[in-house]
Ligand binder design. Structure first.
Ligand code: SF4
Length: 82
C-alpha cells in the first residue's frame, strides 16, 4: 500500500496520488516510467522523472486504467485512498 503520508507535492487533489520519492522510509517512486507511459492522461513525470497524478480518474474505464498502473508499479508508489 502506498504511503499516504508522503504524497508527491504535484499531485492534483483527489483520492489518487503518487508518493514522494524522498520519503523518510526510503520508499517511493523510482522513476520507472510505467505509470506515465501506460496512462499519460492521468500520470506525469516531474523534473526528476518521478511520477505524480495530474488528473483524477472519474469514469469506470479511467479508474480501471489507473488501477492497472497501481498494480504494475514495482514499489507500491501509487495510492487510491487519499
Ligand atoms: S510506476 Fe511507480 S515507480 Fe514507476 S514511475 Fe509510476 S509511480 Fe514511479
Amino acid at each position: 500500500m502506498a504511503n499516504i503520508n508522503v504524497k508527491h507535492k504535484q499531485n492534483v487533489a483527489g483520492s489518487w496520488y503518487c508518493t514522494d520519492p524522498d520519503d523518510d522510509d526510503g520508499e517511493g517512486c523510482i522513476a520507472c516510467s510505467v505509470c506515465y507511459m501506460g496512462a499519460p492522461e492521468f500520470f506525469a513525470e516531474d523534473d526528476n522523472g518521478n511520477a505524480y497524478v495530474k488528473k483524477q480518474p472519474r469514469t469506470p474505464d479511467e479508474i480501471s486504467l489507473c488501477q492497472e498502473q497501481l498494480e504494475a508499479c514495482p514499489v507500491n508508489s501509487i495510492g487510491s485512498n487519499g
